[in-house]
Design a protein around this ligand. Structure first.
Ligand code: F6R
Length: 242
């Protein structure tokens, strides 16, 4: 098992600032950084802190490229539950990454097979320098649910009931949550040079403990990160049960 670094923040805000600082420093050091980005509640504070840092420093992002982890099937970018919409609201409307450098899977593509293949090929071409991850209560990363092959590349996914229930809080009713998504695979995520995993809140304590225990198994998708040489885990005290 590789020894990952754990940054133990006390609050959610502190964890968010620490994570933002890691990305900010990378962006400062390398003008053409390729960022892998996540959606969900967890990184919202980090995006807020990061956009403030970037704007205060007037950092030039004209050569930055981004790839998002996933998108729901069937929601277009104008749908306020789509991950396109989330990213625009939480980050891209606040900073100046050229539109053509922003890559998010198209959940309404006519040809899904082609969409996922081309996305993977583009990631191979550009290479991701730093990938941000959140985690599901069941240990999923991106939409790779328990049982997903460690060899998986960008693919179409059926969401589990647990994930649909967790994500229902963003929708009017559970029936509105899409049942499928497009997602980077576990092997795709492992291609990133550096990975930062954010875990916040008491409801994620079990998932955090499972990861920290070090057991590597396809039943716990996040456990693949033990095979990666450069992982930083950021937690708040609630996620550590303190
Ligand atoms: C989002 C993603 C998901 C979330 C996870 C946690 O792009 O890939 O794996 O990171 O479901 O979601 P939150 O942060 O809402 O608890």
């Amino acid at each position: 098992m590789t020894k990952f670094t754990e940054v133990k923040a006390s609050t959610y805000d502190e964890m968010s600032r620490e994570a933002a600082k890691i990305i900010f420093d990378d962006l400062k050091a390398k003008k053409d950084t390729v960022l892998g980005l996540a959606t969900g509640s967890t990184p919202e504070g980090m995006y807020d802190a990061l956009s403030t840092m970037i704007n205060e420093a007037d950092l030039d992002l004209s050569e930055v490229t981004t790839f998002n982890l996933d998108e729901y099937v069937g929601l277009d970018e104008d749908n306020d539950q789509s991950y396109h919409y989330f990213m625009d609201k939480n980050l891209f409307s606040k900073i100046d990454v050229p539109k053509e450098n922003i890559h998010i899977l198209n959940g309404v593509a006519d040809n899904i097979e082609k969409e996922v293949k081309e996305y993977e090929a583009l990631i191979d071409e550009k290479g991701i320098d730093i990938q941000v991850l959140g985690i599901g209560r069941n240990g999923h990363i991106a939409f790779n649910e328990p049982g997903t092959s460690f060899d998986s590349l960008t693919h179409r996914v059926q969401l589990t009931d647990e994930t649909i229930e967790d994500n229902a809080r963003f929708f009017e009713k559970k029936e509105d949550v899409p049942t499928e998504a497009l997602s980077m695979g576990l092997a795709t995520i492992m291609k990133a040079k550096k990975i930062i995993l954010l875990i916040s809140g008491a409801n994620k304590q079990e998932a955090r403990d499972l990861f920290v225990s070090g057991e590597v198994s396809e039943d716990v998708p996040v456990s693949i990160l033990h095979n990666h040489p450069n992982v930083i885990l950021l937690t708040d005290s609630e996620a550590r049960g303190e």
